[in-house]
Structures are given as structure tokens and as C-alpha cells.
Design a protein around this ligand. Structure first.
Ligand code: G3I
Length: 375
């Protein structure tokens, strides 16, 4: 029986038994859920799409509020959506996002203030350093200030590094130099001293990128700039990165005296064009059946590998629960995942714990009862 029906059946049963609302609510809180399973270890969250924020599907919202205690906006707080013109902010949906978190008593994370991608065109056209500094300061102070004391944390800067650990070329770096990082964290900390400030990036298990992140974080710390955590985006595969690389990275970042969050967890099960040695770069992958092998369902052999991968990863997270503040999945059900369209559009991927019908997959059950604190 799927989770959603289980919850409803449970509530119906309790109603028939004449339980009052509080008893029903308390009982629901005791039914198995990700957030209850890991409540002694770390927050468990999910990215929310616009439709989820608008509560379009009541059953899906019942599942989200039951399973997770933290939320991240998948897209709506990115500058092209929240600050589309220099003097125009769009807070309609972001206000609903924050209200969603308050309604369901969740830890509310903000993603993301400064990012070179999905950047409003007016922002990316700025060439003058004073104009850029004023634009960044207004962007950060207006948004963070609006939600002051409501946000548990922010991704202040997202993906500022190259794989070799050097700073990624962006309009921010071009116009303001490396100072843009210091300014971003400084202004965010001034706008809301009570929210945790994160640096967020992918491939943070790569040794060179890890060194670059360490340098970035230490430079902020040496300047007395508040940085509370690092977000390791968990866009991982069935084999890579290795458990050892993940573990060494968690230990490495925690040693800087900051929190570690796994911010965008999903496990890609499809072949990657980059794995094709000597692949013809002009090849049209969209039509290549080899690149979309599981259109009609995931073979048991792959499901088994996928399940073991999540179990191994969560065993590692529990081993280092003292360092980890939050684990956020990058979506609820497989149908929502960005990985169905990246790097090749129109594929059928299976990266999350719930399937396209929002049924829990074997990987969901596999990460329960791992927690030494519950035994
Ligand atoms: O909302 C517009 C819609 O109005 C328009 O008609 C449509 C046309 O294509 O685009 C829609 O915007 C899309 C947006 O998601 C909202 O759905 C963009 O095209 C699409 O590129 C965008 O993709 C998002 C991607 O970031 C780029 O921002 C993915 O959903 C999102 O999962 C992904 O998330 C990022 C994190 O923010 C940062 N870390 C990497 C991660 C994966 O790329």
C-alpha cells in the first residue's frame, strides 16, 4: 500500500476510533517517515517545484509534509525569476514558498542569491563596478531582508568554482574581482544575522575543487566574514564519486569549523555522454537509444544497485551525522527530476526515492533502521 493511502487509512481508522484531532496528528507524526527516522541525526529535505509550492496536488503535499522537515526552492528564488528587472522584484511565489515552510513547520532554505546561471539579463549586462556592487547589494539586502528571521539558511553564492579549484569566470568576477564573494556574504550577514550562510557547489568531492573551496572559505574566515556552512550538491552516480571521496570531503569541510549540508541529492542511473571514450561530439544523443535504455522501466539489476548506493551513502551520512546539518533530495518523485532532461533532453531517469506515481522505491525502505540512535 502506498504511503499516501497508508496515511489516509490511518487517519480514517483513528476517526472511526473516535480519536480527536490531536491524537490523530500525534499518531501521524509517529508513522514511519524520513524526517522521523533521522530526527536525531540531521534535517531531511526536498527541493520544491512551483506547483508543489502552490499545493496543486494535495496527495503529493500530504507526502511532502509527512516525509520532510526542510525545503529548498528548486528555481523560484533564482535571480531571473525573483529579480527580473533592475527595479522589479517578484515576490508572489517566493512569499508562498516561505508561507509553505511556516505552514508545515519546516526549516526553510533559500536558493540562491548569487549565481552566474539563470541570471537576469539586466544583471549580466552590468560592466561598471559601482553599478554591479549596488545591484548585488540591493538584490541581496532586499531579498534576505524580506524574509529576515524566517530562513534557516541561504545559498549565498552558488557554483563559483571550476573543477580545478580556480574561480569560475563570471560577470561578478569580471566586474568586481574576487571581492564579490566577500561582499555577497557580508551583505547577506548584515541583512539577516540569524540565518546560516552557505557556499554551495557540485563535484565538491574532486580533490582540486575541494582545495579551491577550502581556499575560498578560509579567505572569508580570515577576513572575519560570516560563513556557516558548505553545500555539497549530491548529484552523484551509481559508482561515482566513491564513498571514500565523499567521506574525505565531509571530514575536510567540517575541519574548517563549518556545517556540511548535502544539498541536492539524486543518483543518476543513466549512461553519460562523457563516459563514451572517443564519442563523436557531434553525435545526436537524443536519438541514441543507448543513452535512454530504461524508457519502459528500470531493470531489477539496476534497481538493486541503486538501492545499495543509497543505503551505502546514508550509512556514511550517519557515520558523520555530527558534521552534517541537512540532507536535501533534489525533488520528490522521479518524474520531477531535472535529470530527465540533462544532459540529454527527454530521457527517463530514476534518481529519487519515490517513483513517478510517488510510490516509495526499495531505496526508500533501505535507508530505514540504519540509525544507531534508533536501535
Ligand atoms: O519557468 C520557465 C518557463 O516559463 C519557460 O517556458 C521554460 C522554457 O524552457 O523555462 C522555464 O524555466 C526552466 C526552469 O528550470 C523552471 O522550470 C528552465 O528552462 C530550466 O533550465 C530550469 O532548469 C533548472 C536548472 O537548475 C537551471 O536553473 C532545473 O529545474 C533545476 O533542477 C536545476 O537545479 C540546479 C540548482 O539550482 C543548482 N545546482 C545544479 C542544479 C541542477 O542543474
Amino acid at each position: 500500500m502506498n504511503t499516501k493511502i497508508k496515511i489516509l487509512a490511518f487517519v480514517l481508522l483513528l476517526s472511526m476510533l473516535g480519536c480527536n484531532h490531536k491524537e490523530k496528528k500525534d499518531a501521524i507524526l509517529l508513522t514511519p517517515s524520513l524526517k522521523n527516522e533521522f530526527k536525531a541525526n540531521f534535517l531531511i529535505g526536498t527541493a520544491l517545484s512551483e506547483n508543489q509550492i502552490l499545493e496543486k496536488d494535495t496527495m503529493e503535499i500530504a507526502l511532502i509534509s509527512h516525509e520532510y522537515n526542510s525545503i529548498t526552492p528548486e528555481n523560484i528564488m533564482k535571480s531571473m525569476f525573483i529579480h527580473p528587472q533592475k527595479d522589479t522584484f517578484n515576490f508572489k511565489i517566493t512569499d508562498k514558498y516561505v508561507a509553505f515552510g511556516e505552514k508545515y513547520n519546516m526549516f526553510i532554505h533559500g536558493h540562491t542569491l548569487i549565481w552566474h546561471s539563470q541570471l537576469s539579463s539586466w544583471f549580466s549586462e552590468l560592466k561598471d563596478s559601482t553599478a554591479m556592487a549596488n545591484a548585488m547589494k540591493n538584490h541581496i539586502k532586499t531579498i534576505v531582508g524580506r524574509y529576515k528571521d524566517k530562513m534557516g539558511s541561504w545559498d549565498v553564492v552558488n557554483e563559483a568554482l571550476n573543477e580545478d579549484g580556480t574561480l569560475r569566470k563570471s560577470v561578478f568576477l569580471d566586474v568586481l574581482g574576487e571581492d564579490y564573494l566577500t561582499l555577497a556574504f557580508k551583505w547577506a550577514g548584515e541583512a539577516d544575522p540569524n540565518t546560516d550562510l552557505y557556499y554551495n557547489d557540485y563535484n565538491m568531492t574532486y580533490p582540486e575543487k575541494r582545495q579551491g573551496a577550502n581556499k575560498l572559505i578560509k579567505q572569508l574566515q580570515e577576513k572575519g566574514i560570516k560563513i556557516d556552512g558548505v553545500g555539497m550538491q549530491g548529484h552523484w552516480g551509481l559508482e561515482r564519486p566513491s564513498l571514500d571521496d565523499i567521506e574525505q570531503s565531509i571530514i575536510n569541510y567540517a575541519a574548517l569549523g563549518i556545517k556540511v549540508a548535502i544539498t541536492e541529492l539524486d543518483i543518476n542511473v543513466l549512461p553519460s555522454p562523457w563516459d563514451l571514450v572517443g564519442a563523436d561530439v557531434n553525435q545526436n544523443f537524443e536519438s541514441d537509444e543507448k543513452m535512454n535504455p530504461y524508457k519502459n522501466g528500470l531493470p531489477d539489476s539496476v534497481q538493486t544497485k541503486f538501492t545499495k548506493r543509497y543505503k551505502d551513502i546514508f550509512n556514511l551520512f550517519l557515520k558523520h551525522q555530527d558534521k552534517i546539518s541537512r540532507i536535501t533530495f533534489w525533488g520528490v518523485g522521479d518524474g520531477q527530476s531535472w535529470l530527465n532532461d540533462w544532459p540529454i533532453e527527454g530521457r527517463t531517469n530514476y534518481p529519487l526515492l519515490f517513483d513517478r506515481k510517488l510510490q516509495p522505491k526499495p531505496a526508500y525502505n533501505a535507508i530505514f533502521n540504519l540509525n544507531p540512535l534508533n536501535n
